[in-house]
Design a binder for this molecule. Sequence first.
Ligand code: GLN
Length: 414
Amino acid sequence: PSKMYSKAKLDVWTMFNRAAAQANAVNLGQGFMSFPPDKLVIDSAIEAVSDETAAQYAPPQGRPQLLEQLAEHYGPLVGRKLDSKTQVMVSSGANEGIFCALLAFLELGGTDEAIVIEPAFDQYKPNIIMAGGTPVFVPLRVQSDKDPTREIISSNEWKLDMAELESKITSRTKILILNTPQNPTGKVFDLQELEQVAAIAKKHNLLVISDEVYENLYYDDNKHISIASLPGMFERTVICGSVGKLLGVTGWRVGWLVGPQHLITPCVAAHTRTTFVTCTPIQDATALAFKKAYANDYFNIQRSEYLARRQKLMAAFDSVQLPYSVPHGSYFLLVNAARVRIPDDFVIPDYVSERGHSFELCYFFTVKIGISCIPPTEFYSNENLHLAENYVRFAFCKTDDVFEETARRLQAIK
Ligand code: GLN
């Protein structure tokens, strides 16, 4: 095996899904929905798979009907009319889309650098390395008058220090990966922050991979803005999106990239050599479901449902006075568990404890309290993971019964 894989540690998704199943925990770990997709989504899939013309390979770039739908969907977000033939491609999940963009623009040999803003979804770093690049990390830092170990703060108080970001840029920096709304903090980058990032990207001629998979999940006054909509940014940005999040079907594995032709064409070439093409009937199902979603005001309804879910999960933690960062986007709640004491007689296996306190806390929540969660230290490089040792991530793409059981089980830590 390659060094990378022979040394690979167990990924957190497998670790905590296994622990959750064994402990019969309510699963607020991995971000998958505990509710079925809307009927319009299932109906679209049945219709698509029943069409015999959808049984064979799609073009590598994607099925034309989905490309057209995506061009229409993203036009308003980027503030221009998009050409479905040249400015959009379909990938086998957003993960693969991001990987294709990295493959397309990083040279082999480790000389190209890609900036990653931490905490960062755990796929970015290995994907950069697999594509031959070198990841360089810049952490968000909590800037608040409040004490986050005792008081509720806002996810938007996780700030990117622009001088620190710029200090990490070298002549080898080629890419910056941005994620907004952000996993796991729930931060939604505001216009001013995006303008500052855009100015740095333009000054240093960077390509921005903008992971916007939680684009429809923003709350309060924090509307999602794509960095590609800012002046001079469309030409240097690849937006990444996902059907899993937009339609509540994480198992469909359909995602996409949106950007100018000179950036999308190499991504299509990388996709062709990675998975070749993406599942044809699921592409058609996605296109059909998008049409029905618009006709039924699905996206606005979805947002209000998630807002209600966020309130229920926050209320559960309020009831035991555990503070958190109020997520203004995405479906994750970052809880500060600094005051949770793990009893001395609670046995934590070595494969967990060797990965730090956040893993120990998550193991304790999963096995002892019966609520599974994810350690956000997995979203950090070694140099920055001390920033998240006391945090634990809970997903709220879940149903009321899960929130009720969570609230009940949490009383054990009062
Ligand atoms: N995006 C999902 C999350 O953060 C998980 C995706 C995965 O399991 N790789 O929960």
